[in-house]
Design a protein around this ligand. Structure first.
Ligand code: AMP
Ligand code: MG
Length: 525
């Protein structure tokens, strides 16, 4: 652990809150407050990610040490660590919420690894901060397992994300009312250590833009120098030109992230502007979910069950809306609407282009052939709307269609259908679709082997299905972490067949359809 080289630019370069006591308050003119993690009674290791540890230059032996457990539960501070919580705001469900901030995240500092990469280290659930408002700054095992497993699963799927280094239980009880229905109960406390080049959110800029102290410019310049150094030209003054390039890059990386979500069937669940990373990383795994049957209107978040603002199919639009809010925050530095608008319009175009390419790849096509492709994609969605179909399994089964016979093809797809019987309308839609699909395949330049390889690279077999995460949680709550480990191992190779783990690539069982924790998640965590 003494190999960790801290450089802590965030606290070195940015203004600190003058108040050092830890109580809830409004903070002005500062980017962060000093705060120490809470001492936990009896930390115990649940899981760690070897791949994430490597980013810090930590070995397997390090991860198994007592010191690792102490440090990443928040009980021990290494010499060069400087712990702090940052101040940000955000739009929650479309409304400006004012100051939010790291209410239960405590940053331990940033290290630079031996490849020159910067990694910020953050504990989630390590105790209250000045930004905790009326809450406790803690996290429970249930939500921490979900964050830990999903961060690493997303990384292995190739979707940009913050990483998870470790998951520990604290030995303390945390009271939560899971469904907000007046039934609070004690749960096991836990801390996840997460890593990212930076945890800066859209909401940081939004909050500083409302203050008069030049804080916005200071923070923007810091962010560009630290997280986007490739945008700096030698000797060039930081100014409008670079700010616009930077905003363009934020739109591009956000777009890449959303296309990734749409490809693998991920629903974030709470795309508030404070949950949008400036680096285009999936951040803050709360009431997220994975599409089972393909349904663009689905959201796992019960807080959003009325409006479906953050439903699967809304995510590209919401990301665009969030980028608008960021543009508003940055406006004073650019002082011209048009270039910002141009970049924002470009997002929509870029998204449609990339989404199209992604969908064609999922279908196993190597090139776009125009409007007919759009029709093919739309008629597939028309079938999905008529017959409940597991998105992940469908695209995976599609790889294995060998025969031109439509009946054979339908049998190959059978494992992805939720209902035993298929109605006449659905059958007609599917048959027509398969015919067109096979004709379209014949027009593509790609060989059958290449097609399969392409489809296998973009259509995962294993995702963190909602009910699997819930099963792992229920076992872990009884002291059995084996399923957390099993899922972690399998989700390292989501595109591989792994026939010995076939049981983790099955459609959602009936019992999980309306179960809390599976299809319904609250923000209580
Ligand atoms: P979220 O939408 O869950 O990412 O959180 C919104 C805001 O609430 C952020 O400022 C969080 O830091 C804060 N927050 C969420 N849970 C807690 C908690 N248990 N204690 C303190 N602050 C929290
Ligand atoms: Mg958040």
């Amino acid at each position: 652990m003494n190999t960790l080289t801290f450089d802590n630019q965030f606290v070195k370069q940015l203004p600190a809150d003058k108040v050092e006591e830890n109580y809830p308050r409004q903070v002005q003119g500062a980017c962060y407050s000093w705060v120490k993690p809470k001492h936990m009674q009896a930390p115990a290791m649940v899981a760690y990610s070897t791949e994430a540890a490597e980013l810090l230059g930590l070995t397997e032996q390090d991860c198994q040490s007592r010191e690792f457990l102490n440090v990443f539960s928040g009980n021990q501070q290494l010499d060069d660590m400087q712990a702090y919580a940052t101040c940000y705001g955000g739009h929650q469900f479309g409304n400006w919420a004012g100051q939010l901030g790291d209410g239960r995240a405590i940053n331990l500092g940033e290290i630079v690894n031996n490849q020159g990469q910067r990694w910020a280290i953050q504990l989630k659930g390590a105790g209250a901060t000045p930004y905790s408002r009326t809450a406790d700054g803690l996290a429970v095992l249930r939500s921490s397992i979900r964050e830990f497993l999903c961060s690493e699963a997303m990384y292995h799927l190739g979707v940009p994300t913050t990483r998870a280094l470790s998951l520990v239980t604290t030995g303390e009880q945390v009271v939560r009312d899971v469904m907000y229905d007046g039934n609070p109960a004690p749960e096991l406390g836990a801390v996840v250590c997460r890593l990212a080049p930076s945890f800066t959110r859209f909401g940081h800029f939004q909050y500083y833009a409302q203050q008069e102290s030049g804080l916005l410019k200071q923070f923007v310049d810091y962010t560009i120098k630290t997280d986007f150094p490739h945008l700096l030209k030698a000797d060039a003054e930081l100014g409008k030109e670079i700010y616009l390039k930077w905003f363009q890059e934020i739109c591009d990386t956000t777009c890449d992230m959303i296309v990734g979500w749409m490809r693998v069937g991920f629903v974030h669940g709470v795309m508030n502007t404070d949950n949008m990373s400036i680096l285009g990383l999936t951040i803050d795994y709360g009431p997220y979910g994975w599409l089972e049957s393909y349904n663009p209107n689905w959201t796992p978040n019960t807080t959003d069950s009325q409006h479906h603002r953050y439903a699967f199919g809304e995510q590209p639009k919401i990301a665009h809306w969030n980028l608008y809010q960021l543009a508003n925050a940055l406006y004073s530095l650019i002082d011209e609407v048009e270039p910002l608008e141009k970049i924002l319009n470009g997002y929509a175009e870029k998204y449609h282009g990339q989404w199209n390419v992604m969908m064609l790849q999922k279908l196993g096509f190597s090139q776009a052939l125009g409007d007919e492709d759009n029709e093919l994609i739309q008629s597939l969605f028309a079938f999905f709307a008529e017959h409940e179909t597991d998105m992940t399994l469908f695209f995976r089964d599609l790889i294995h269609i060998e025969s031109k016979n439509i009946g054979d093809a339908i049998s190959t797809l059978k494992s992805s259908f939720y209902a035993e019987e298929m109605g006449d309308k659905a059958k007609a839609l599917l048959e027509a679709w398969l015919e067109k699909y096979q004709q379209r395949q014949a027009q593509d330049a790609i060989s059958s082997e290449e097609r399969k390889a392409l489809m296998q690279r973009v259509n995962p077999k294993y995702v963190l299905r909602n009910y699997l995460a819930q099963q792992a949680i229920e076992k872990a709550e009884q002291g059995d972490n084996s399923m957390v480990h099993e899922l972690m191992m399998v989700l390292k190779k989501p595109y591989d067949e792994q026939p010995e783990h076939e049981h983790l690539a099955q459609k959602r069982p009936d019992w999980a359809k309306h179960k809390v924790g599976c299809s319904m998640l609250s923000c209580s965590s």
